[in-house]
Ligand binder design. Structure first.
Ligand code: NCD
Length: 340
């Protein structure tokens, strides 16, 4: 069966329903042996990805690149604005028109929310949103939901009926916007939105969660919000997006999740996630690294999922999802270690 995503742009989490998630996640599972180096494929041999990151990135950019290359394709990349023709005054529309003529598919990240649509409309080839300002980050949300299923599966839990905490900068954090939209597809969980006062989730997304039948409550104290929860999705304060004039409004009491707090208020089998990067600078309100060796911390299993999830999307959009097994062979090299 032809994937519904063949030839499509992937711009928002709103493009997915539960059956689409099932379809993608079954391809993800089949991509895992290729992502972890047990198998190799050249199914995308000859295809070229345009990787355009006009805003800072480490894991998203590198995992998109790794995903495309593990499928046998090649990647051509530009990063930052400084070395692009944008500094010469070129419009996003022209950039989209031009590069759409070079590549088979593009991955695009930009600090301005609206630049994505402008670029995607101008591009002849499918575009995947790798983060548009404070808007969305749909591929991160896919890997987040995939990870939630895996972690809850190990603990014999389900999204339905559990207590899920979205914490941190819910206003400017795009990963949480896309994740909340996907959580709206599932029924009847308790969703707690925990943020410093000025950084609450946009109302329309909060309404979407309520309309889908979740019990939604709002907290400004991390300790109260985390009490007896099954999962926390912690995010950093998006300092780069907060206008200078607003900064003082977001000053808050300590908003740090560390081992002491987790032990005090969270369940023993809770799951702690974070899209990363976490802010490790002094005084930051974020997830501490003092419990990284603890099995409750799923953040590196979560980032590992980035490669197979993005491979699955490329496979579906470029129409090779049914070729994965046929085209896979054992590599000559040995991968020493993999968490996947
Ligand atoms: C996030 C992003 O860029 O939105 N990072 C990521 O892609 N994993 C989260 C963040 O920067 O805080």
């Amino acid at each position: 069966m032809v994937s519904r995503f063949r030839g499509q742009d992937i711009l928002s989490s709103e493009q997915f329903d539960l059956s689409a998630l099932d379809e993608i996640f079954s391809v993800v599972d089949r991509c895992v042996p290729i992502a972890n180096g047990s198998l190799k494929t050249d199914v995308l041999s000859g295809a070229v990805l345009g990787s355009l990151f006009f805003e800072a990135s480490t894991r998203t950019r590198l995992s998109f690149d790794a995903a495309f290359m593990r499928l046998g394709g090649s990647v051509s990349a530009t990063t930052g604005v400084t070395f692009s023709s944008i500094v010469k005054g070129e419009s996003i529309k022209d950039t989209g028109r031009v590069v759409g003529g070079y590549f088979d598919i593009c991955v695009f990240r930009h600090a301005h929310e609206a630049a994505l649509e402008e670029f995607a409309n101008a591009s002849e080839v499918p575009v995947i949103n790798a983060g548009n300002g404070a808007g969305e980050h749909p591929t991160q949300a896919l890997l987040d939901i995939y990870t939630i299923h895996k972690e809850f599966g190990k603990r014999k839990k389900r999204i339905e009926g559990s207590c899920i905490v979205l914490a941190g900068d819910l206003r400017y954090g795009r990963t949480v916007h896309s994740l909340a939209k996907l959580l709206s597809l599932y029924g009847a969980a308790e969703i707690r939105l925990v943020s410093p006062r000025g950084l609450r989730l946009p109302e329309v997304i909060e309404e979407k969660l309520r309309d889908s039948g979740h019990k939604v409550s709002i907290f400004s104290s991390l300790e109260e919000g985390l009490l007896s929860s099954d999962l926390v999705y912690m995010t950093r304060v998006q300092k780069e997006r907060i206008p200078l004039a607003e900064r003082a409004d977001h000053e808050c009491e300590s908003f740090v999740l560390d081992r002491k707090l987790a032990d005090k208020v969270m369940k023993k089998d809770c799951v702690i996630m974070h899209p990363l990067p976490r802010d490790s600078s002094a005084g930051a309100h974020d997830l501490s690294d003092d419990m990284d060796d603890d099995d409750r911390i799923a953040i590196f299993r979560q980032s590992d999922a980035g490669v197979p999830v993005r491979m699955a999307l490329f496979a579906c959009v470029l129409g090779v999802e049914d070729e994965l097994e046929k085209s896979s062979v054992s590599p000559k090299w040995t991968k020493v270690r993999s968490r996947l």
